[in-house]
Design a protein around this ligand. Structure first.
Ligand code: GDP
Ligand code: MG
Length: 193
């Protein structure tokens, strides 16, 4: 695979601040602690790109990374973390909503689901939202090293049945899924070019 160069562009707290150029954007979303930072670090091969945290719910901004000068990775705030105030949770939701609704260069979204957890209301809402708006979505089943293969596959089939979406099992421990996720990303950004 071609060498990946990934550059942090900035953290943004409101929709108006976001970069406005025409490069394609691939967004990453999931509930807090699902393994989003770990996935971004693994994909880019830059271990300190996104902070890997033991304390969930810390990232409140939308973070932009420029990949090979060609497209953006957009790291959306984690949702569904109970310990933040209701007001704060709503404003995260608004920022994500605004972004998903208005962004003209959103070419696809990678939604992360923890292999050991059931799909939450927040996950379900986001998936339905994406399907409604015909935004291409890829599911990544994270921490796949924590379950045996059969159980991970069952999850994969469940997602296919419920939402008709492809799910890719991934683990930072084994490196499983990395290539498949990159291929899916390159397909998404190539689509409209
Ligand atoms: N076993 C295992 N642990 C993981 C994996 N990915 C992330 N984690 C752990 O899950 C926790 C949350 O990861 P992080 O990437 O910060 O999640 P984020 O909140 O979604 O950005 C950390 O303790 C990670 O070390 C994985 O593939 N396997
Ligand atoms: Mg994180």
């Amino acid at each position: 695979m071609k060498k990946i160069n990934c550059q942090f562009i900035g953290s943004f707290y409101s929709y108006d601040q976001l970069p406005r150029d025409r490069r394609p954007q691939i967004a990453f979303a999931g509930r807090s602690n699902v393994g989003k930072s770990s996935l971004l670090n693994e994909l880019t091969g830059q271990k300190k790109l996104a902070k890997v945290s033991q304390t969930p719910g810390k990232t409140r901004s939308i973070n932009f990374f420029l990949v090979n000068d060609r497209f953006y990775f957009v790291d959306l705030p984690g949702y569904g973390y109970a310990k933040v105030s209701k007001k704060e949770r709503l404003s995260w939701g608004k920022l994500i909503e605004n972004y998903l609704e208005k962004s003209e260069n959103l070419y696809g979204l990678i939604l992360l689901l923890d292999c050991r957890r059931e799909v939450t209301e927040g996950d379900h809402q986001l998936i339905s939202w994406l399907l409604e708006r015909k935004i291409p979505a890829i599911i990544v089943i994270t921490k796949a090293d924590k379950l045996n293969k059969d159980k991970v596959n069952r999850k994969r089939h469940q997602i296919k049945e419920n939402y008709d979406l492809t799910a890719i099992p991934f683990s930072v421990i084994s490196g499983m899924g990395k290539k498949e996720i990159w291929n899916a990303i390159f397909d998404l950004v190539a689509d409209k070019n």
